[in-house]
Design a protein around this ligand. Structure first.
Ligand code: P6P
Length: 339
């Protein structure tokens, strides 16, 4: 009798992160544990995001819903879930959040011994919830520079993006996916609601070197610099004869736009404008994570002049113009932007 065929088990996030330890000598498992903590918070946020449309029935944020629970703004809820799992884990000494004015030092015996700090945008694009458009959580994991055993401090958070140990995002869309990068690669996990686990669905994601999708807010077109306008016009003039035709896709939710381009190939742009020369997107917990992911996946990310990961931050919520995408599309953009 032949042995029963055993279906190849799909790896869960927990199994995958534990297996990664085999490739890293002397690994303490702290980073794997931290990524699993973020996955736990994402599952809890996912539950609330999926029923967000019911808030109108259950009562707006600040109200008390039919279950007698305080209905919190989803951004605050997501912030609290991420802060909670990281504070109670063993791998994080403190956090910085888009929702909080200053960074938070956990300052307890276990946290002070941790090797990492985490920055995140707990629910980016949350204004899109009301119209049922995909939104996301974005996170950046930095190795501390301060002395383990002591509380973390500002220097731990204001580091170049090259110091990231990991970075990733969760996209709450038609399915809920967690995608994260370490130096070993970019991997995507899709939440299987039937078992409540993130399962490896997109192993070893690579940016297609070319693409035909460009993502930018055309409403700001006449506020962009002339080189940026010229690149956008070049995108519109692409034909089959010169690598086109291109398609413009812009959801207005960074995680959804960049995720689509990462999978299909494309370029995402949030340039500086005359009104906002530094652009809108935050360096530490929006640009840096996606820049890290882009470079590990074979793409590129700049502020129009400099590699995003080389920018030395000066304050927690600083903004940066942001361009990221397929290698060859970014190189064509850079030709337009060269002084
Ligand atoms: P605009 C959402 O508010 C967000 O921060 C990003 O997710 C998104 O890419 C950007 O703003 C959209 O901004 O000015 O084009 O509406």
């Amino acid at each position: 009798m032949t042995a029963p065929m055993i279906n190849r088990q799909v790896l869960t996030l927990d199994e995958f992160t534990i297996r990664q330890l085999r490739h890293i000598p002397h690994a303490t498992g702290e980073l794997s544990s931290l990524l699993r903590d973020i996955g736990l918070a994402a599952k809890r946020v996912n539950v609330e995001v999926n029923k967000a449309g019911l808030v109108d029935i259950l009562g707006d944020a600040g109200a008390v819903n039919v279950q007698g629970e305080d209905v919190k703004k989803l951004d605050i809820y997501a912030n609290n879930q991420l802060t909670g799992v990281l504070r109670h884990g063993i791998s994080c000494a403190g956090i910085g959040s888009e929702e909080l004015n200053d960074f938070v030092v956990f300052d307890d015996e276990i946290s002070n011994k941790s090797k990492y700090v985490v920055l995140f945008d707990p629910l980016d694009g949350s204004s899109n919830i009301d119209v049922n458009i995909s939104i996301g959580t974005i996170f950046s994991v930095l190795r501390r520079v301060s002395e383990p055993g002591m509380p973390c401090n500002q220097a731990d958070f204001l580091q170049c993006g090259t110091r990231q140990a990991a970075a990733g995002y969760i996209v709450y869309g038609s399915s809920t996916m967690m995608v994260y990068a370490t130096r070993r690669g970019v991997n995507g996990f899709t939440l299987d609601p039937s078992i409540g686990e993130f399962c490896l669905s997109h192993p070893n994601i690579k940016y297609p070197e070319d693409g035909k999708i460009y993502s930018v807010n055309h409403g700001n077109f006449f506020q962009y610099s002339e080189p940026v306008r010229n690149y956008i016009l070049a995108c519109q003039q692409k034909t089959a004869a010169n690598g086109g035709p291109y398609t413009e896709r812009y959801i207005g939710s960074m995680v959804a736009d960049v995720h689509r381009n990462l999978i299909k190939g494309g370029i995402f742009m949030y340039p500086g404008t005359t009104a906002k020369p530094e652009g809108k997107l935050r360096l530490l917990y929006e640009c840096n994570p996606f820049a890290f992911i882009a470079e590990v996946a074979g793409g590129k990310a700049t502020d129009g002049h400099r590699r995003i990961l080389d920018i030395q931050p000066t304050h927690l919520h600083q903004r940066s113009p942001f361009f990221t995408g397929s290698k060859h599309m970014m190189e064509e953009l850079e030709q337009h932007l060269q002084p």
